[in-house]
Design a protein around this ligand. Sequence first.
Ligand SMILES: [Zn+2]
Ligand SMILES: [Zn+2]
Length: 297
Amino acid sequence: MVRVLRSPLDAVVCTLFPSSCILCGSHLPQLSSAPICEICWTEFTVPDGPVCARCGDALKEPAGSLFSELCRRCRVVPPDFARAVAYGPYQGRMREAIHALKYDRVRGAARKLGSLMALAIAQMAGEAPAEMLVIPVPLHRAKYAQRGFNQARSLAAEALKSLRKTHPAWRLQLASKTLMRLRATDSQAGLTPRQRRLNVRGAFTVTDPAAVAMRHVLLVDDILTTGATARAAARALMQAGAASVRVATLARASRIGWSKNDREEISAIEGAGFEEDAPRRDSRRIYAGSSRAETTF
Ligand SMILES: [Zn+2]
Ligand SMILES: [Zn+2]
């Protein structure tokens, strides 16, 4: 497997003069804004099996069981969002494509990934309100300065372009300055589980509450991992008076079957412990748990 390009210069050159796919290395037949080949685009896995009706996480209970609608975590500590959808799991080619977008600044990938985001959002067509304010999860300003763009905003903008064609009646309005991230939540090493929980909980504020009051909100992000970010952002929006919050992400990392490396990467992305929002009495057990974690949510 060819490693994803690391230098920004390489990324720029690759975007301007693409010759090979950044994911598999195969030759690209023509100049393309996204240096990813057609085969790689088809290699994103789509989810199968039952998922939680609220947060979209994979359900481990057999279908038809008493609680098969919701995961344990949503039953115990319901989130402030009504529903979360994703295009597919955060693994394989999808993980590489998101890395290329975020860390290698291969911004051409945003258009195609945005069209996949549109497919995720379209899962809510018919069920979600006809008018929604679309709010990308913001980066902390230090991270924004470092990265130079917010991948969530790029994905949201591209997804809306696509949805305007496929669902012209759906009134989705991008509002990328409405929510602000007060703290960088990716440097929580050394904090106790309780400190982490509190840290992510107040991480967002609504800059213009009048803009969200009584509005239905669609929160957009690239990845949903522990759900801590989505939960904290949804809480801030509901407290500011939003009528409802829904969440759409490109990919989601299921809590089932995380390896140690996965947990470290996810911790770096989201900065939250795996225990956030869980009842306190359970927190130590959940925090220490690995593959058993899903049984304690
Ligand atoms: Zn390829
Ligand atoms: Zn759930």
